[in-house]
Every structure is written in C-alpha cells, then in structure tokens.
Design a protein around this ligand. Structure first.
Ligand SMILES: C[S@@+](CC[C@H](N)C(=O)[O-])C[C@H]1O[C@@H](n2cnc3c(N)ncnc32)[C@H](O)[C@@H]1O
Length: 402
C-alpha cells in the first residue's frame, strides 16, 4: 500500500502538472503536510439527499483524502431539519492556487478567515512558521480540533474563535488576509488590519454563485484589485456557530406576469452577468428549481427578501423561447436581461477584465479593465458585528463605455 507521503507527492505532482503549483516553497508544504490528519472523516451526499460518512477505518479513505477534491467535514441541522455543510477541506488545487496568488514572502504575517480543518493553516505554518500565521473560525469545535491536529504536527499558529468579518485586530497588522469562506462584501475592518501594499484575497459573492475570488491591494484610501481569471466558489460566511438558515424561494408561480426570453436556461448559467445583475437585485437572491420534466426541472426560480421573484422555463419551446414569470415589486428577470445586454455590448468580458474597489464608506465599485471605468457601485452598511458584511438595499448600477 502506498503510504501518505507517496500520495501527498502524487498530489503535488498533479497540481504542478496542471500549472497550479508553481513555487518550490508551496510544493514542499503540500508534500510535508499530511492532509489525512486534518480530514479524519468526510461526508458525501447521496442521491436520496442523505449523507454517508467515510472515516479512517474505511477502505479508500486515505486515497480519497489525497485526491484533488473538496471534502465536506462538518454538517449541522437547520431549523427546517435539513442537514447542511458548515465546514469542508477546500479542494487542494484551489487552496494552492490562492496561496500562490497571495505572493507570500518569508517575513509575512498572514491572517486566514475560516480555519475549518486547519489544513490550510498547516500549509501556511510550514511555509512561514506558526508565529506568523493567524486563523479564525466561527465554529468553536472546529478551532479546537484544528489546534490539536496542528499541535500533533508540532505547528502552533495562533487560532481564535471569532466572527471573521471583524478580523483579528489584537494581532494586526497583517501583510496578507486570505478568506476561505465567501462574503457578500469586504469588511473595511480587514483593510484597517492590513499594511499598506498588503493583499486581501477573498471570495466576494452578493448571492450564491454570484461573484468570484478577488485579490485586493491595500492603498492608503482603498482596497483595489482584479478578480482572479478562474471562477471558484466557497461556502458562505455564517453569522453564528450553527447551520445557516435556508432562504425560501417562491412556491406559487401562477400569480406572476408572463413573457418569454431567448436567454440561457438559468440566469446563473453565465456567472459574470449573474454577478453584475446583483446590483439590480433588492437584497440577497435565493434560488432553486420547481416542477419536473423528463429532462430535468421545469422552472429555475429566484427571489429576494422583499417578495420579488422570477421564474424561467428551463426547456425552450419549438422556437427556442422560454417562458418567464415575474412577481413582486422589482422585475428581477428584466434586470437580468438588461445586464446581459450591457455585458454583451462590452464584448462579454470574463473575470479577468473585472476589478473591485472598496472604500472606507463601505462602497464597492466593480470596474471594467481600469478602476476609473466603474460598471456598478454598491453600498455596504459598515455596522457593528455580527452583520458588518450585509449589503444595504440601495445597490445601484451605472454603465460606462470603456
Ligand atoms: C471551506 S471551510 C474552510 C477550509 C479551511 N481553510 C481548511 O483548510 O480546512 C469554510 C470555513 O469558514 C468558516 N466560517 C463560516 N462563517 C465564518 C465566520 N463568520 N467567521 C469565521 N469563519 C467562518 C466555517 O466554519 C468553515 O470552517
């Protein structure tokens, strides 16, 4: 049987061959840190929705842990009785891609938001020494387990149970902040805890799937930088150490107005316009599917907390048209169509052409190619924990020609 060292080397080779793992320092970390210590068990959701557990006693556990796959490591039960993911070990290829993008130097002090299993904190501690690594998670049991695992390997980064939106001010300033959960907006508290010229790498997602990783540079008066070219998705930041509430999506589609479209089967089929369209949405968007056809669900539905909703048929008719229904105060589907039109007009830019500027007033500006070329601007309420990252409703769009 291949020991874990061979498997870790195999993982490093795979990531290097893909071009993800590039520097000798991160290769050494991937080869030296035993991921299996951080993932003593993981969960896989079956077809019927139930979760099955694989642990160290089970065949295939060790090899599964050294595959380039994300592994769900903690579940919690919602008020509705659903079992949902609250922590996972990130796909190693994504973790390494982020660490490489973070451009870490030997003397840097790094804060991680989202300790989870502790695996990434271990990679960072191998690279920098535990005294330069800080990591927080909202899950107290997660932090305890991570601390034990790290200590077992002789690594002692500073871990804390905290709401990551507040950072870790008592240990600031940092040279880098890396978040391994997604946020609706970037808390200004992080900017205050990063040295000028330092970097913040975070997955910004106003709604599920709507956003991407962005690498922001700390300037005196702002955070500013570009989205990473490849899309990635992290689980959303939670406000408390429990399962997040599942947002409800509209049930009754009979009351809405009717129209048709030639756009894609779901508004989130193209992730860039889906992100840009969030600027027109009155609050966080929840989505799901309704009905069934022989070829999958009948409707893709989405809605916002003010009661606005839209549904689009996933199957086109003979003319290539899909039915659309909309209800509530804001016509969400129209906003998606308008954003698509603008996006097509600018030549269908991908993530590599988009950037973000965040200012101390909490305003988020998404720009095309250059910071002056603002596409959408959004305001964030900068308020006391636990909701500093919630976006206010007055999120408005502006189109510039660039
Ligand atoms: C994808 S996991 C992190 C993976 C981790 N970096 C690792 O190497 O295993 C996301 C983590 O973010 C944490 N999280 C969610 N909301 C948070 C919050 N408000 N503050 C800090 N951590 C949070 C979750 O508890 C979860 O452990």
């Amino acid at each position: 049987m291949t020991g874990w060292r061979g498997l870790a080397r195999g993982l490093a080779d795979e990531l290097a061959a893909e071009g993800v793992l590039r520097s000798p320092e991160w290769r050494a970390a991937v080869e030296a840190i035993p991921r299996h210590v951080f993932v003593p068990r993981f969960y896989v959701q079956r077809q019927d929705g139930r979760w099955s557990e694989t642990s160290a006693e089970d065949d295939g556990w060790l090899t599964a842990v050294y595959r380039d796959e994300p592994l769900v490591t903690a579940l919690a039960t919602t008020a509705d009785g659903d079992r949902v993911t609250v922590s996972s070990s990130t796909k190693p290829g994504l973790m390494v891609r982020m660490l490489e993008a973070l451009d870490v130097r030997d003397e840097h002090r790094v804060l991680e938001i989202g300790t989870g299993t502790g695996y990434n904190a271990a990679l960072l501690s191998h690279r920098l020494g535990g005294e330069r690594v800080f990591s927080v998670d909202i899950g107290a049991a997660l932090v305890d387990a991570a601390r034990d695992r790290l200590a077992g390997l002789g690594l002692a980064p500073t871990l804390a149970v905290a709401h990551g939106a507040g950072g870790l001010p008592e240990h600031a300033p940092f040279d880098r902040i890396i978040a391994t959960c997604s946020l609706r907006a970037v808390p200004w508290a992080w900017a205050e805890q990063v040295r000028e010229g330092g970097l913040v790498l975070v997955d910004v997602k106003p709604s599920t799937h709507a956003g991407n990783l962005v690498l922001l540079v700390r300037h005196a008066d702002r955070l500013e930088g570009r989205f990473l070219p490849r899309w990635a998705g992290f689980m959303a930041m939670r406000d408390a150490d429990r399962a997040p509430e599942t947002a409800r999506v509209v049930e009754d589609l009979s009351t809405g107005s009717r129209s048709s479209t030639r756009l894609e089967p779901t508004p989130w089929s193209s992730l860039v316009p889906w992100f840009l369209a969030q600027a027109r949405m009155p609050g966080e968007v929840a989505f799901g599917y309704r009905g069934a056809t022989g070829r999958g669900p009948e409707w893709a539905v989405f809605g916002t907390p003010d009661g606005s909703w839209s549904a689009v048929g996933t199957q086109p008719d003979g003319n290539g048209e899909r039915e659309v229904r909309q209800g509530g105060p804001v016509r969400l589907w129209d906003a998606v169509e308008e954003t698509h039109r603008a996006w097509r007009g600018f030549g269908r830019p991908n993530w590599d052409r988009l950037g973000l500027t965040v200012t101390p007033d909490g305003r988020h500006r998404v720009w095309l190619d250059e910071p002056g070329n603002v596409w959408v601007a959004a305001e964030t309420r900068q308020q006391v924990l636990p909701e500093p990252h919630r976006r206010a409703f007055n999120y408005y769009p502006r189109h510039h020609h660039g």
